[in-house]
Write a protein that binds this ligand. Structure first.
Ligand SMILES: Nc1ncnc2c1ncn2[C@@H]1O[C@H](COP(=O)(O)OP(=O)(O)O)[C@@H](O)[C@H]1O
Ligand SMILES: [Mg+2]
Length: 658
């Protein structure tokens, strides 16, 4: 996982906050009824507070001026009731929106997770995991808070301020205009603020993603960090990131402070001016005391709606940033053709292939000993040693259509520098039906890349790959991936039981419960020589920790291998599956694997002669192409690079590569 920033965030581009926020509508739509009801209730509640000054005016000019005590009590009762009504209505609003909005948040989070599962590997290569994590957590929380609070209250406060201004203008036009003077400067300041705050908010949220990435990597890589005594430098890196984040948050606070000063001070000054002018006019007798009281209490009732606009704008801006970050992921094209109905699956539960490809012998029943002796079959039938000068398509066997075939495959990583040579540059390779072919090559020659192309984890740049004559791009991904099973170099295990981890490789996925599943599990564990599973506290039901940390590398590799073979796939792609095993275990796995490989078309990346000997033929990957194919012993004799690779120190690498 790349530890640095993802490329997208370098140039977010400034879309107006409102346009970004409008994209939330499809998610809000299902709960729009409740949301609008809540907003209307909030508006009514807020307007209630504007009625109180009217009652005050009636009290001052009526009962108080006339010395009517009963009238004063009546007025007080009204004020109390209005206050109570306001409180009850706001409570009702909160009750109305709380549940639906947490549903909206959950829905958005689910959609994000689904999208992440469907995005191509190339996307995940580019994006730091912490950036994705922070989008799924803090950003979505901000969005929910925005829908619950600022969105409602910008509307409520807007309506309240408007109504209040109208009331004040009606009460006294002169004072009303006076109190309106600050509006223009406040709007100008808000606009300037919005732009700068938006930049700061984007930076802060991206930095939260960086901090998340660093924490995640430190936790996952804790052994490396401790082993190399890197905790100090790691802590320093963390401190730098958090300081940067703190700096950005302080910048936000300063901006918010500045705008709050303007938003609070200017209206207060205007109200002060109204108080002075109004008092003078009451003294002159041109204004009733009741009107002045009512005017000032209306202005004060508007105080909170006006002041809170600063916060609301800030929260909206943060929500807009969060929304933009959310849609950066949601707008990325997923892999095509993943949503094909499950019927496309080629195998039935229990892992037995429903359709055995023609030319492939029937499955050997378990219990029958392996038919191929464990000695190296120097006289393997059907293997014609061929040492080819680059493309060797001419040697294609009669069963042209069957098996796994790569034709003119070129591949360059999407994010590789433009002028770099492609990793694979014209690979031609044919693995015949039922055959197992070992793939060897120096580190970095592109073996892992090649294996990832078969299940379409990456898209070819050029050329094509066929399975039994069918182009892999022509079949739905689900079908492709149910026919091809893979075990990667890095045997990732999930936080689940051993059995669940292995049965992930079976058709239908998670069905660990039934008897078929249990049989398949036993068989797969047998093939992978994973007998250690039975010695675990709960056998196959034992939970393995995050990434299977509680198991050794060799144990994890054997489980990954079991996962690859459990579904009895037609095609097996193994990326150096035995590298972490000791010699004895490796030999045992090989013997069992032979049984599986007897009726499976397999491509096996190998480093050691012992693994190579598992295969019927060997292909050498060098300089982006297949430079030789043939029998292990033959290649040892005729190909210097192969001989060097297999024997280790016999030749200097430079010499061998020439
Ligand atoms: N995700 C990636 N993005 C860009 N380049 C990559 C990526 N993965 C591997 N490479 C490059 O592709 C080349 C082949 O890598 P790989 O297939 O892993 O080799 P091998 O498995 O033979 O050791 C290497 O030079 C490596 O740096
Ligand atoms: Mg590799």
């Amino acid at each position: 996982m790349p530890s640095d920033l993802n490329p997208e965030e370098a140039a977010p581009g400034r879309t107006p906050a409102v346009r970004t926020l409008l994209r939330l509508w499809p998610y809000l739509r299902p709960v729009r009824g409740r949301w609008f009801a809540a907003a209307v209730i909030a508006v009514i509640a807020s307007l209630t507070s504007l009625v109180i000054p009217v009652v005050l005016k009636w009290m001052v000019d009526g009962p108080i001026a006339d010395g009517d005590t009963a009238g004063v009590w009546l007025g007080a009762l009204w004020v109390l009731l209005l206050g109570l009504a306001e409180a009850v209505l706001f409570g009702l609003r909160r009750w109305l929106v709380a549940r639906p909005l947490s549903g909206v948040e959950a829905g958005m989070r689910e959609a994000l997770y689904r999208r992440l599962q469907r995005l191509p590997i190339a996307f995940h290569d580019r994006w730091a995991s912490g950036q994705l994590l922070s989008r799924a957590t803090t950003d979505l929380m901000m969005v929910r808070q925005f829908l619950a609070f600022p969105l409602t209250f910008l509307l409520v406060n807007g309506v309240t301020i408007l109504a209040g201004v109208v009331v004040m203008l009606v009460m006294d036009p002169t004072l009303g205009l006076l109190v309106l003077i600050p509006v223009l400067p406040v709007i100008l300041v808000c606009t300037a603020f919005e732009k700068r705050f938006s930049e700061a908010s984007r930076a802060a949220q991206d930095q939260v993603g960086d901090v998340t990435t660093l924490v995640e990597e430190s936790v996952l890589g804790i052994r490396v960090i401790k082993g190399f005594g890197r905790h100090r430098s790691q802590a320093r890196a963390f401190r730098e990131l958090t300081h940067r984040l703190r700096g950005t948050e302080l910048r936000k606070a300063r901006l918010l402070g500045a705008i709050m000063t303007v938003i609070v001070t200017l209206p207060e000054l205007a109200i002060g001016a109204c108080l002075v002018l109004g008092s003078v006019r009451v003294a002159d007798g041109t204004l009733s005391a009741g009107t002045l009281v009512a005017f000032l209490s209306t202005a004060l009732a508007l105080h909170w709606p006006i002041v809170s606009i600063g916060f609301l704008l800030a929260m909206s801006q943060e929500a807009a940033t969060a929304t933009a970050r959310y849609f950066e992921v949601m707008d990325t094209e997923p892999e095509s053709g993943t949503s094909v109905p499950a019927a496309a699956s080629a195998t039935v539960p229990g892992g037995v292939p429903a359709a055995v490809p023609s030319g492939v012998p029937a499955t050997v029943p378990s219990g029958v000993p392996a038919t191929v002796s464990s000695g190296v079959p120097a006289d393997l039938p059907a293997v014609v040693p061929t040492v080819c000068p680059s493309p060797f398509t001419a040697t294609a066997p009669p069963a042209r259509e069957g098996g796994l075939r790569l034709e003119g495959v070129r591949f360059r990583y999407p994010d590789a520098p433009k002028d770099s040579p492609p990793v694979l540059d014209g690979v031609d390779l044919h693995v015949r039906p039922g055959e197992s072919l070992a793939l060897v090559g120096v580190t970095g020659s592109g073996k892992t890349t090649l294996t990832a192309l078969v299940p379409r984890l990456h898209e070819l740049t050029e050329g094509r790959i066929t399975l039994d004559g069918v182009d892999i791009t022509a079949m739905p991904r689900e079908e492709l991936r149910s026919r091809v099973a893979v075990a990667f170099e890095d045997p990732t295990l999930f936080s689940a039981t051993v059995g669940e981890n292995v049965l992930m490789g079976a058709a239908g996925g998670d069905g660990a419960e039934d008897a078929d599943g249990a049989d398949a599990l036993e068989r797969a564990l047998g093939v992978a020589q994973a007998g250690f599973v039975h010695a675990l506290p709960q056998g196959a039901g034992t939970q393995v920790g995050e990434q299977g940390l509680s198991l050794s590398g060799g144990q994890r590799q054997r489980l990954a291998l079991a996962r690859a073979v459990v579904g009895r796939p037609d095609f097996l792609v193994l990326d150096d599956p035995l590298s972490a095993l000791d010699v004895h275990t490796e030999a045992a796995v090989e013997a069992a694997l032979r049984e599986v490989l007897a009726d499976t078309t397999a491509l096996i990346v190998a480093h050691r002669p012992s693994t190579v000997l598992l295969a019927d033929r060997v292909a050498l990957l060098s300089g982006g192409r297949i430079t030789a194919v043939g029998d292990h012993h033959e290649l040892l004799r005729t190909n210097t690079e192969y001989a060097w690779l297999m024997s280790g120190a016999a030749l200097e690498p430079e010499e061998a590569r020439r």
